[in-house]
Design a protein around this ligand. Structure first.
Ligand SMILES: [Zn+2]
Length: 148
């Protein structure tokens, strides 16, 4: 006779793509990094202030350029209006990057982004998923935002 469990097993969610998983942790990290002690961030391009969860992780060089997709200098908290409707406000984002990290950084990121053929290995993803998961945990604790 076939054994029928009292409670049917829940199907495991489909295995997530490591790129997607890393994107999630990296995005959280960027927004938490850019937030103040209350969890509010300023938009890198318009300066408006929102709670970190309402912000986007805006990329200066678009996400399809793997060489800078997870470069912390390339990404900042950005409001959805600037990120979506204003297509990222790339020029302003570049100016802000130069102010933050020194003149020429935006150009450097542009050059890095133009490099083709970046292959990220499974090990690379595993390492970075672990790294950013920990960084997010630490920031949430430091800013006392775990319950929100
Ligand atoms: Zn904005």
């Amino acid at each position: 006779m076939k054994y029928t469990p009292a409670f049917p097993k829940f199907k495991k969610p489909p295995h997530k793509d490591p790129l997607q998983t890393l994107d999630e942790y990296f995005s959280k990290f960027i927004r938490l990094r850019d937030s103040d002690g209350l969890g509010f961030c300023l938009c890198i391009t318009c300066g408006r202030r929102f709670f970190w969860k309402a912000m986007d992780c805006g990329h200066f060089i678009t996400r399809d350029r793997k060489a800078v997709r997870f470069d912390e200098r390339n990404c900042h908290s950005q409001c959805t209006e600037c990120n979506d409707y204003k297509k990222g406000e790339q020029f302003k984002h570049g100016q802000a990057i130069d102010r933050l990290y020194g003149k020429g950084t935006a150009k450097l990121l542009e050059n890095l982004g133009a490099m083709r053929g970046t292959k990220l290995t499974t090990e690379w993803y595993e390492h970075h998923i672990k790294l950013y998961r920990e960084k997010v945990k630490t920031l949430l604790k430091e800013k006392c935002l775990c319950q929100q």
